[in-house]
Design a protein around this ligand. Sequence first.
Ligand SMILES: [Zn+2]
Length: 233
Amino acid sequence: MLPDLRPLAAPSLVLALLAGCAPSPPATATRLHHPEIIQLGEPTLRRRASEVDPRRIRTPEFQALVDRLIRVMREAPGVGLAAPQLGVPLRVFVMEDREELLRKQTPLELAERERVAYPVRVWVNPEVSPIGERRATFFEGCLSVAGFAGVVERSHEVELRGLDQNGVPQTWRVRGWPARTAQHEQDHLDGTVYVDRMATRSFMRLEAARERFGGRPIAEILHEIGVTPPAPP
Ligand SMILES: [Zn+2]
């Protein structure tokens, strides 16, 4: 899901080693993507992932996958990550939003997106159903399409149903940014990527989206790009 909006420090030691005797990259160089997250073009991102056998959930192997999803999501950083993005074709994703990430947004951005902090949630074999007719349109990005962003219209509110990391059934009715995150991650389980749903004329480099639209009202942004905002329900 949406990569964080600030450039990441490069792993300069690794880059220096790869580059042999080339000069060290500047400390501010941007890392293209997290090394454990596969990028668009890998077939796993385009296949329907398999249901998880609930009897497997409590095994050390599956718990290790959950731990890895959470670790990589935080390292990226992002607000969601699906197993296919690690090259694992299983129906599981994690989502979380943290104060540390919210601090990088303006009050207007937080309010318009209805973005709030919530603790990590693990979803196994989830279903995501829209609630009501209301739609919301914002820029989003994907850790598997590193460096780009596009405007996507999605349901404003959804209900998630699935199992948690212990195999216990859970449901969550949620609106705003976590609802968007859930729809984005659920799409990954079906081999769908946000570029399939975006307004294509909005597709641009993430840096350009940040520079041009950071902190501005969404209505103004959509008008400038030439994207029709969703009709009120
Ligand atoms: Zn994604």
